[in-house]
Design a protein around this ligand. Structure first.
Ligand SMILES: NC(=O)c1ccc[n+]([C@@H]2O[C@H](COP(=O)([O-])OP(=O)(O)OC[C@H]3O[C@@H](n4cnc5c(N)ncnc54)[C@H](O)[C@@H]3O)[C@@H](O)[C@H]2O)c1
Length: 264
């Protein structure tokens, strides 16, 4: 798909980190970008900086997401690129020690269900609502392509670590959406792919830098090559390639400096 100013894009989680870098990269290609995020201050600032729009959207809430897409389409027309980066999850071991009682406790079904909403169900919600809009738009090229959906999984989908029972399994679920959804949407000319980042230097990881310098150095050294965390711009570069290369479909891309994460 040729990336230019005739196309609209929606980026969830676009106020920070990987989503922000993706929004910036798409805007640089001329696309009209709508940022969906809960963080109004950062979202408004990002939208202003890239000449796009901000929509306060909670990916956990169907009506909020529907309203966000309606507003984004009113501003920019039907989005042809969806990049879904936002997520919400809780961490914990399936069964671990309870520090207070000294006994065992399990990761509650409630916390798992919350994470399922924030990772897997939100991914389906955002992708399917976007696909419904793309379905009735005109194709943008001779292939009959109508749009492309890029979901964010994680290396944890394959290398889930201790304490990542919800995150690892549900990010694997995001990868699981890719092939059946790409097949469901193939006659509509809509491609679906996911990206599995390794460890990237975005705000959730950067807080370790201030907390514990040694841990930060170890984290960087744990990446085979290059010996550092990923840059959000490197993720965004892959987003652009997936969006523009019409032959990339139903694939799950690791971008990780060759890291394979150990149990802990
Ligand atoms: N940074 C990494 O190392 C890494 C590694 C693997 C996967 N990922 C995945 O990449 C994605 C982006 O991560 P990041 O590191 O850029 O994080 P980030 O915290 O920098 O950005 C996430 C954004 O999502 C927004 N958000 C959170 N809950 C939301 C909700 N309910 N509705 C709407 N917006 C919401 C936040 O306000 C924030 O702006 C996530 O899906 C994460 O699991 C990140």
């Amino acid at each position: 798909m040729k990336l230019d100013s005739s196309l609209g894009a929606v980026v969830t989680g676009g106020a920070s980190g990987l989503g922000l870098a993706s929004a910036e990269a798409l805007a640089e290609q001329g696309l009209k970008v709508a940022i969906f995020d809960l963080n109004e201050d950062a979202g408004e600032a990002a939208a202003m900086q890239i000449g796009g729009t901000f929509h306060k959207v909670d990916i956990m809430d169907e009506q909020s997401v529907e309203a966000g897409f309606a507003a984004a389409r009113a501003a920019h027309g039907q989005e042809r690129v969806l990049v879904h980066c936002a997520m919400a999850a809780k961490g914990g071991k399936t069964v671990g020690k309870d520090k207070e009682t000294g006994g065992f406790k399990r990761f509650s079904t409630e916390d798992y269900a919350f994470s399922a909403q924030g990772i897997l169900i939100a991914s389906y919600r955002v992708a399917s609502i976007s696909a419904l809009g793309m379905a009735s738009a005109d194709p943008v090229n001779d292939d009959g392509e109508r749009g492309t959906i890029i979901l964010t999984s994680s290396a944890a989908a394959q290398d889930g670590q201790i304490g990542q029972i919800a995150y690892g399994s549900l990010k694997a679920g995001v990868n699981g959406l890719v092939l059946p959804m790409a097949r469901d949407l193939m006659d509509l000319g809509i491609r679906v792919n996911s990206i599995m980042p390794g460890i990237f230097a975005t705000p959730p990881m950067l807080r370790f830098k201030d907390l514990n310098e040694k841990m930060w150095d170890n984290l960087n050294a744990s990446v085979p090559f290059p010996k550092r965390l990923g840059h959000a711009e490197e993720f965004a570069s892959l987003v652009l390639e997936i969006a523009r290369n019409s032959y990339l479909n139903a694939h799950q891309f690791r971008i990780d400096g060759a890291i394979r994460m150990p149990p802990r």
